[in-house]
Ligand binder design. Sequence first.
Ligand code: CA
Length: 228
Amino acid sequence: MPKKVLIVEDEANIAELLRLYLEKDGFEIAIASDGGTGVSMAQSFEPDLIFLDIMLPVMDGWTVCREIRKTSKVPIIMLTARGETTEKISGLEMGADDYITKPFEVKELMARAHAVLRRYEPDGAQQQRKLSFDRLVINMDSYELLVDGKKVDTPPKELELLFHLASTPNRVYTRNQLLDEVWGFDYFGDSRTVDVHIKRLREKLENVSPQWALTTVWGVGYKFELTQ
Ligand code: CA
């Protein structure tokens, strides 16, 4: 299931820019262009995350935030204009989780979105620590990779990357998502880091089984694909 993001923003170009990048990152998007619609869509669309502008028609962002908080704990990131520090504080007092200043860097915005979503992951989400596939076991308790029952020396990050991909088979991750989710959002490394780790994993896993593969999705990223 893709995560759903509601964008409450009356400036169509900003809303569309957000939609473009979030959709590219695999999110399902809805846009509300005024505050009243924002409040009702927060219920009907059931988003996992809301980007909320402050200066909105019908109902301003603070009021929208307060209204949503009456019924929902959905994470909210406020979009504030440059220099509106009092607005940032008000937004956080109204129950917003974070704020980002316009004009924003898309990379920063995506990092914030993932960070906020991660904080809200249900506790059980990471419980599965051992994954088994045909001739392959990824064990994150012992940090071991087993191919045909034999241990294959694998550096921690490679193993974490493989585990992350294999936890949700067939789901495509962008390089930036993987950097964010495996290396952490403080890590501003090059996306080639991901390519290098994938390459090393492939050398270890090539021709092990016809039932799964580390697949490149051209122009998007990578997935752990179940092929049979
Ligand atoms: Ca506005």
